[in-house]
Design a protein around this ligand. Structure first.
Ligand code: XMP
Length: 509
């Protein structure tokens, strides 16, 4: 395994991804970790990430310099390289020529990190500081027009530094460089597979939980379903899942889960029908943030009441993923401004005093999907598009009533049927309908209608941070519109949302 020290770079997750793509397990750790703690993890190598600080600033992040005495190879990237230089007796200073963007890198030789790399290769830079003096024992291994020390090595010690970012796509041969570090320099083996991860995690869960009981909030999404499956494999009937039907779900959702998780996989699930409670609490509420807060609060109450019925439960399981953890602990990036309050992250009842089990906390979304597949989860569940915790409440714009929810549910069902049939369900990140709070005039048969408008939203995205509207074929859009207007009573107009994120968001509220 590889330990990545987080100096606050926006690319940290990318470093982790690149390492795991090579089938080597890695973990991102804060700089407060000690050299002894790192040793106890027995890593084959350490990667020091980049970061926004300058190493000569008073409060710049530093990790225990004892890491250089562990006899483990270290790769410093950008700020990580500056930290290495500073700790080992070299000097870093503000660069006279800052370098942002593409830079042609000339490696002195095609060995070590640069094995099989072109003599001149495109890299991506983002730095205002440069190495002024190398520590003793180090030599320059590559340069660019503006940066003399674009890469360095300490011969014999397996310490490497690069000023550019090998983890980003823009660095043409970045993957090769990372592979060289992992396999040639650290001697890692590409042995990390989902099967081995599943086996180890199931063992760990058994050890942690013993014969105690675990409660899990099941949402129907891929994360909580996979978490349920893993824990079920470990402890069987000692796991109880709670599924709260908040009345804001898509058509037949609860029934599908019953079929796919309860009947087929024999997982212990309690279904709580709290639809009327949620709809009542939301009555006359139109403000999106208030909707979210109310849904969060009612969810807690319902969940807690149900959880109390389960005797001797010591653990609460959550399908928290790695990006959630990294974002919430981001040591130097600070919290990003709250655009929408997402109530599913870390939001379960603290006062219940349950210990947490988070078996997916080191995985990325696509890895969770792979794991789900390995564990035999139904394809439909594995490939589910993300669905927000507040559900259709933030897609019924304005006032929420059972009737309006039902209209949207019907529209959504038609839309998804067509998107699936046309082979677009997995090609887009999300596809859904939004019910607008205005009516428009139409004509049906010989009569005037005055009915609802729905907007169709389909976006492509890699991680929901940015998104583009999906360029669905006109023919498909036409068919969707036609079917919705013909089949769903109360809708006489369909529009297509052609905004990207940013400046819009994916959901309308
Ligand atoms: P936005 O609308 O902020 O959405 O562009 C980004 C992604 O997050 C989902 N989303 C939520 N998920 N609880 C959730 O679990 C929420 O409150 C919530 N709001 C938005 C949204 O569907 C998209 O995938």
């Amino acid at each position: 395994m590889i330990v990545i020290i987080d100096f606050g770079s926006q690319f940290n997750q990318l470093i982790a991804r690149r390492v795991r793509e090579c089938r080597v397990y890695c973990q991102i750790e804060p700089p407060t970790i000690t050299a002894d703690q790192i040793r106890s993890l027995s890593p084959e190598g350490i990667i020091l990430s980049g970061g926004p600080s300058s190493i000569y600033e008073a409060n710049s992040p530093r990790v225990d310099a004892g890491i250089f005495k562990l006899g483990i190879p270290v790769l410093g990237i950008c700020y990580g390289m500056h930290f290495m230089v500073d700790s080992l007796g070299g000097k870093v200073k503000q660069a006279t020529k800052r370098e942002y963007g593409f830079a042609a890198l000339n490696a002195k030789s095609q060995t070590g990190l640069f094995k099989s790399i072109g003599k001149e290769t495109v890299t991506w830079m983002s730095h205002g500081d440069s190495i002024d003096a190398l520590p003793k024992g180090f030599a320059v291994t590559a340069s660019t027009a503006n940066t003399k020390v674009a890469a360095m090595t300490a011969t014999g010690k397996k310490f490497y530094g690069v000023q550019f970012h090998p983890e980003v796509e823009h660095t043409a041969e970045g993957r090769k460089i990372i592979r060289n570090f992992l396999f040639d320099i650290c001697g890692c083996k590409p042995s990390w597979t989902m099967k081995s991860f599943a086996r180890e995690t199931i063992d760990q869960i058994r050890q942690t939980v013993g014969d105690k009981k675990v409660i899990l909030g099941l949402s129907g999404g891929v994360d909580s379903s996979v978490a349920a499956l893993l824990i079920h494999r470990a402890i069987g009937k000692n796991l109880t899942c709670i599924f709260v039907d908040n009345g804001l779900l898509r058509k037949d959702e609860a029934a599908q889960l019953k079929r796919k998780l309860k009947s087929r996989l024999d997982i212990n699930i309690r279904f709580v029908n709290a639809a009327s409670k949620f709809v009542k609490a939301l009555s006359k509420v139109t403000d999106p943030e208030r909707k979210r807060k109310i849904i969060g609060k009612v969810f807690m109450e319902v969940f807690e009441a149900e959880a109390k019925k389960i005797k001797n439960a010591d653990f609460l399981a959550q399908g928290t993923l790695y990006p959630d953890i990294i974002e919430s602990q981001s040591a130097f990036g600070g919290p990003t401004s709250v655009i929408k309050s997402h109530h599913n992250v870390g939001g379960l009842p603290k006062k219940m005093k349950l210990k947490l089990v988070e078996p997916l906390k080191y995985l990325f979304k696509d890895e969770v999907r792979k794991l789900g597949k390995t564990l035999g989860l139904d394809e439909d569940l594995v490939w589910r598009q993300p669905f927000p915790g507040p559900g259709l409440a933030i897609r019924v714009i304005g006032e929420i009533t059972k009737k309006r929810l039902d209209v949207l549910r019907e529209v959504d069902a038609v839309l998804l049927e067509e998107i699936r049939a046309a082979g677009y369900y997995r090609k887009v990140w999300q596809s859904f309908a939004v019910l607008l709070p205005i009516k428009s005039v139409g004509i049906m048969g010989d009569g005037r209608t005055y009915e609802n408008i729905v907007a169709i939203r389909a976006v492509t995205s890699k991680d929901a941070m940015t998104a583009d509207w999906a360029k669905l074929p006109h023919k498909l859009l036409g068919k969707i519109s036609n079917r919705i207007i013909n089949e769903v009573r109360g809708v006489n107009r369909v529009v297509y949302d052609i905004s990207s994120k940013p400046p819009s968001t994916i959901e309308w509220e």
